[in-house]
Every structure is written in C-alpha cells, then in structure tokens.
Design a protein around this ligand. Sequence first.
Ligand SMILES: Nc1nc2c(ncn2[C@@H]2O[C@H](COP(=O)(O)OP(=O)(O)OP(=O)(O)O)[C@@H](O)[C@H]2O)c(=O)[nH]1
Ligand SMILES: [Mg+2]
Length: 476
Amino acid sequence: MLTFDPICAIATPPGAAGLAIIRLSGDSCFAIADTCFRGKTSIEASRSHTILYGTFWSGGQAIDQVTAFVYRAPHSYTGEDVVEFGCHGGTIVAHEVVQALIEAGARHAEPGEFTKRAFLNRKLDLTQAEAVGDIIHAVSTHGSHTAARQLMGGFTRRLAELREKLLELCGLLELELDFSQEDIELIDKTVLAHRIHEAREYCLELASAHRSSEILRSGFSVGIVGYPNAGKSSLLNALLGKNRAIVSEIAGTTRDYIEETLQIGSMAVRIIDTAGFRASSDVIEVAGIQLAETLLEECHLILVLNDSSEGAEHSEPLVRSLREKFSEARVECVQTKIDLLKASDTLIPTLLPEGEGQDFMTLQKPSPSGRGLGEGLYLSVKEERGMKELKHFIEREAQSAVQTVSDALINARQASLLTQAASSLAKAREAVQMGASNEFAAIDLREALKRIGEITGEVWNEEILNSVFAKFCIGK
Ligand SMILES: Nc1nc2c(ncn2[C@@H]2O[C@H](COP(=O)(O)OP(=O)(O)OP(=O)(O)O)[C@@H](O)[C@H]2O)c(=O)[nH]1
Ligand SMILES: [Mg+2]
C-alpha cells in the first residue's frame, strides 16, 4: 500500500445535523489523532475496526464528546490508516475538529482526494470511483441502484472480459509475427475480422448508453409547451400538487420558465413549464419564448398542450414544427380542458374517461370538426381527469429511455474513450480484411486496449485522474 501525507476533511454536509463525520487519512494519522483525542485507550494502541469514545481537545479546550473509528491499513476506504471522528453536527464543532487536526500536522484534503487515494491503492478502479460520485449525486432510486452495481464492479467485469478477448487476439497476431518466416496462421483471418467487429459493436453499444445514463444521472426532462392559455402552468401545479406557477385566464401569464423535479415511480423527472408560443410584440415575452426553445433542446419528452375547446387540431402547426426542430425528443400532443367539451360538440361524452383508471390513451374520439381525435392524451386539470394516465405515460417514456442501462452509468469520459476504442477496432478490422501485415492490426488493437485501460484506470496519468476527481466534493 502507498501511504501519502495526512489529510483531513468533513465528510458530511454542512448545517445543523445530529452528527458530523471528519475523515483523517494518511501517514502518522494515528499520532495526529491522539494529540487531540482523550479516551480510555489511545488510537495508536487500538486494533483496526474499533470504535473509541472520548473527548476531543483543541489547545487545552474540550470541544466535544466524540467517537473515533479506527481503520488500519490496508483495511480502510483509502487503503491507508484512517480515523473517522464522529462529533455533534452543526456549523462550529466539525470545523474546530478539522482545524485542530491541521494544527496537529494534517492538511486539508482536496476534492475527491480520499477516493483518489483509494484508486491509487487499488481499492477501486476509475469506473468504481466514478460510481461513488454518481451515488452521492443520484437524483433517482433507479440511478442510484445502477451506480451501486457499477461500484460493486459490474462495469469493471464487462470491460475486463472485453480486454481479455482483445488481448488474446492481439497475442495471436503478435505470435504469428514471431513465426512470420514459417508462414504459420494461428487464427483464420475471417474469424479474426469477425471477432474484432463484435468487439467494436460492443464498445459502440456501451457508448450509446451515455444518453440514457445521463437521464438516470440528472433526471428525465419533460418540457410543457403550447400556445398561451393552453393550461401549461395548471398542469405543472397539478403534477407538483401545489401552486408553484401563476395561473390566469390572461394569455401570456408565464414569461420566464419554471423548472421543478419530482419523482414519478423510480424515476426523477424534471418538468419545465414555459412561456406560451405566439407572435408577440412584448420584448419580455419574446425573450421567454426564445428561452423556452433553448430549454427544449435538453428535453427528452415535449408535451404540446392543446386547448381542446379550440379544436383538436388547433396546435397541429406547433406540433409539426417542434417535431422537425427537436428530432431527438418525443413530441406528444395533450388535449387539455376536456371538461369544456359538451355532448353537443360531437365528442361522445361516454368515451371520455370518467375519473381515473381507464386507459384513455386508446380511446377513439371524434373531434368537433368531425374528424377523429384518434389515440392521445386527454386532460382536465379542473376535474382532475387524466392525470394518473399522463403520469403513467411519462413514467413509461422515462423507463423506456433508460432500458439499455443495466450496470453502469456511462459518463462522457467513458463514452468518448469507448468511441475512440471502436474506431481503432474499425481500423484493425480493415487492416485484417485488406490482408495487410499483422503489425498494423496489432498496433490498432493495442491502441483500443489502451483506451479501454483508461476507462478503468489501468492506464492513467495525472491529467486523467484530475479530470475524474476534480468533480468530487471535498471529503469524498
Ligand atoms: N375549464 C378548464 N380550465 C382550465 C383547465 N386548465 C387550465 N384552465 C384555465 O385556463 C386558463 C389558463 O391556464 P394556465 O395554466 O395559466 O395556462 P398557460 O398555458 O400556463 O398560459 P400562459 O402561461 O399564459 O401561456 C386559466 O384560467 C385556467 O384556470 C382545465 O382543465 N379546465
Ligand atoms: Mg403559464
């Protein structure tokens, strides 16, 4: 195990709380801890994995009654000797503890430095270290559980298997090179090309999980758009179960955008209520509309709310232009204010869902214009109809957007390395197919292996580590 200089930091969030934990790790950290801690036994004399109880002192002043968790190297988070002090929460005590430890010889830890040491001591690989960050910042249970699988090594194993396969191919190619005089073929070239192709497809498949991983990491984004007065803010309020946005019969009520995150099923869903789309001479409203357009670029689902009392196809031009503009997102029309529709509107009232529970999405309804509304989403916020179905719809969309993710949250760094590996593999395959000397394919395979090694951290340098750990908070 490598042991570095002693570092310390508060590992729990700031503010009033029952407890705060201060982590101390590194060279001579037991001696440092003992200068501040008075208990029945000293920390230095304690066995690993024991908890001591005592008083924490700073400059002759008792600060708090504390617990000290003792971990001896290599059996600790960082792999070094570690002491974790548990003191009472709040803004003062934990800072005083840190200050005292610094005076006794430790220094303040950099963001992610504990986890970085865990990596350097091979307690975690880079994908697992990144999973720690993802668990800490998880916004949904689904995302958190996926990160936990990654921390337990799910992704590490997949990459190790891939690496092994490529190493085997590379080994065969290089062995053939050694026997090039004898003209021995250890692997059929068609088989070789096929295996490289499979590895490439696998890399691309993993890389493509990046988008869905981002949904698990930051939430599924739903934009609520429509012409003014369509009932957008009313829907936001109904989804949140509170009056978050101003609702009024005046067209153009919402000018800025309003964003809130809520949990639907196991998914975190980010709902964005926007300014109604219309040609306007009001500069603030125009700015709001432009802002809405920028926000929609981040949305995975765009709900176009159509005031059904204006006619079912009233918002068709808007739906069409949004579908064209935001081809990556799903754009769906929602008919609102269906309570305003009467039997005389030729909409068959019996087909309108009575209360919750009916699968209203499959209902066929003729529209006031006589043409069928077809399948769709129907809503009355006023009479609380269709809300449950709309939530189900959003949840289904969110779930299907993350289906590809099972045991890893692929981040931008990993996706980029996987894509680079895939392009090296494409080159290797081409070299094999063209009948070029084994040397060329072997170089490309080695290149792909290097990129895969960078994902787990088998291949690393300071720059790679900094890019990973700079995103961590202090104390992690
Ligand atoms: N009858 C009926 N009225 C509704 C319903 N939903 C909203 N409204 C009314 O429609 C009007 C406009 O509602 P808002 O939620 O402010 O509409 P908006 O789309 O946010 O409007 P802007 O922010 O101006 O673009 C208000 O008077 C609401 O009370 C509904 O389901 N039924
Ligand atoms: Mg509004």
